[in-house]
Design a protein around this ligand. Structure first.
Ligand SMILES: [Zn+2]
Length: 492
């Protein structure tokens, strides 16, 4: 065994640890445990560590839990959609926000830095230690991520076509295969640079952006590149009613059938978001067997409940998929970047969609957010607390009022306390959140950058919208603003 490099830290006498039982392949609660790590690696989880330690921290009152693994997010743009996309979609395009809203809001590329840092600060505070960042390649991206202290899988999105609408009821595609090739080349360079990044915390994923913006050859080539590097591939598919019927229209096949027909539906593929299968209630297309095909393929699903719930859509369901053996991870996709909230919503939505509370149990969501995500990313050293795993974990304050009574602490965390009870977070053996404050990011400064970025972008919304609408016409405010109430009289 190699000598571990680095100092040894012992978190002694934790009230609880959510530890990984390797023989049973499941999380268990461990009472009165010590959590010990040397450098970036956990060396001991259990009672009575007797070895040497450079630093000992009192674990009394805390529960250690594995760092959460986020398999799908867009931090370069989503934070700037706050106040705009929470409750709007296109009435005539399956209620999606993809075609009319995201292209006109978004952010200018030069403002992606602050936006990403804001997202990372929220993620770290919610106990996320690994992020999959689906962004368009940009200068400085890798360093931006590394600086935050998070572990990151860069997923440079590349595509050959761009969708648009000229009337709000038909989606068209502007194809530019040359631009696709350029993006492909840049993406591969970015992925290779991530693997060599001096932080040691970055890796890459091949990401043909969407099923309907990339053609067969592009997908096949992307798949080959992923295999060559032994890394997964992710694409957006089954994410909109419009997309489902676009694929039927183009190929006479459902999105799942088409991915299968071109040979990429398999264990190398992660589908974000895998919602609109042929048997989804909002599709009801009884002429295919997408669920069974997906189940038998080994392909995985990145489940992001919030962004779809906003427009009345939900996966059918996390429990059904996982119980059938489909690998599922959880992502935030949109703002707020809070994985605990996503876990809670994943459970509740599954229960509402089916009228069956067993279709979204806490264990489904917690597993998807930890070992499930780690499996998707091919990282058996993440998402679990055990010797040999990376020292990526959170310390949950069991005494926090919102945790009390902490009779069943994972439930108290997910259903009541959320990120408020996450006090300390470590990534790669380094503390990145202390007393719920992010140590690696100047949150005030990057938030100011994000606000300015949103302000600049909103100035030109009308120029991008097909109907020339203003921001308030596209996303009417909840209340109109006045400087006085009609019934108020001047004060004498
Ligand atoms: Zn996405």
């Amino acid at each position: 065994m190699n000598a571990k490099i680095g100092k040894t830290t012992r978190i002694a006498g934790l009230d609880l640890a959510v530890a990984w039982d390797e023989s049973e392949q499941r999380h268990v609660y461990l009472d009165g445990a010590d959590l010990v790590f040397t450098g970036n690696e956990i060396v001991h989880v259990g009672p009575g560590y007797a070895g040497p330690a450079d630093t000992t921290i009192d674990g009394k009152g805390f529960m250690a839990m594995p760092g959460l693994v986020n398999v799908h997010s867009h931090p370069f743009s989503e934070p700037a959609n706050k106040g705009l996309t929470e409750e709007f979609g296109s009435d005539k395009l399956g209620q999606s926000s993809l075609y009319e809203y995201l292209p006109v809001f978004g952010l200018n590329p030069e403002d992606a830095g602050p936006s990403t840092q804001v997202a990372m600060s929220e993620l770290l505070k919610s106990g996320v230690t690994t992020i999959s960042d689906l962004s368009v390649s940009r200068e400085g991206w890798l360093d931006d991520l590394a600086r935050t202290g998070i572990r990151a899988v860069v997923c440079p999105m590349m595509r050959q076509g761009v969708w648009y609408t000229k009337n709000g009821h038909a989606v068209e595609y502007r194809w530019d295969e040359k631009a696709g090739d350029v993006a492909f080349g840049t993406a591969m360079k970015t992925i290779d640079a991530a693997a060599k990044h001096p932080s040691g915390r970055l890796s890459g994923m091949v990401t043909p952006a969407q099923i309907d913006t990339c053609k067969e050859g592009f997908f096949k080539e992307a798949h080959q590149e992923a295999r060559k590097r032994d890394i997964p591939m992710q694409t957006h598919a089954c994410q909109a009613v419009v997309e489902f019927y676009e694929m039927v229209h183009r190929h006479g096949k459902t999105p799942i059938e088409w991915l299968d027909s071109i040979g990429v539906l398999g264990p190398d593929l992660i589908i974000g978001h895998g919602i609109f299968l042929s048997d989804h209630p909002q599709i009801h297309y009884p002429h295919a067997h997408d669920f069974e095909m997906l189940r038998d393929s080994g392909a995985a699903v990145a489940h992001c409940p919030t962004v779809f719930a906003r427009r009345g859509m939900a996966l059918n369901t996390i429990g059904r998929y996982m119980d059938a053996g489909i690998p599922v991870g959880i992502g935030t996709d949109t703002f707020p970047h809070n994985m605990v909230d996503e876990m809670r919503l994943a459970c509740y939505l599954a229960r509402v969609v089916t009228g069956n509370y067993k279709m979204g149990m806490t264990r489904h969501a917690f597993e998807a957010a930890t070992i499930g995500g780690a499996r998707l990313l091919r990282r058996p050293d993440l998402g679990r607390l055990m010797a040999g795993a990376k020292a990526d974990f959170s310390l949950v304050d069991l005494s926090h009022p919102y945790m009390q009574p902490a009779h069943e602490p994972v439930r108290s965390l997910i259903y009541s306390a959320s990120e408020r009870a996450i006090r300390h977070v470590y990534v790669d053996g380094v503390q990145v959140v202390r007393d719920s404050k992010v140590l690696t990011i100047d949150v005030e400064a990057v938030t100011a950058g994000l606000i300015e970025g949103q302000r600049k972008r909103l100035e030109t919304v009308s120029q991008r919208d097909w109907a020339g609408r203003t921001v308030d016409e596209l996303a009417p405010p909840v209340y109109t603003t006045h400087n006085r109430l009609p019934q108020s009289r001047p004060v004498d």
